[in-house]
Design a protein around this ligand. Sequence first.
Ligand code: FES
Length: 106
Amino acid sequence: MGRITFIEHDGTEHVVDIEAGKSLMEAATENGVPGIDADCGGACACGTCHVMVEANWLPATGDMLATEAGMLSMTPEKTETSRLACQVTVSEAMDGMVVRLPEFQM
Ligand code: FES
């Protein structure tokens, strides 16, 4: 058990309980966190689940595959800690993780 905090562009915080095994996208959308469109449903094909993970938590999100990197390369607000939330699997080790949402999804 643990919690992940999503922070909207305007600073609004949403704290969700960790359900290990779900994607970070599912953790957000199933808990009413706005700002993640997830148009492709988690197939790494739309880029509308872009999030920025706080830097100290980036290692906990695991490796990035080439398909995700390719999608992210087309994201205007991409940062050094950007991930596609559908490609990150939530685990108990993410208790306390902070994830920021971009102002817009592309
Ligand atoms: Fe489409 Fe993540 S939901 S890329």
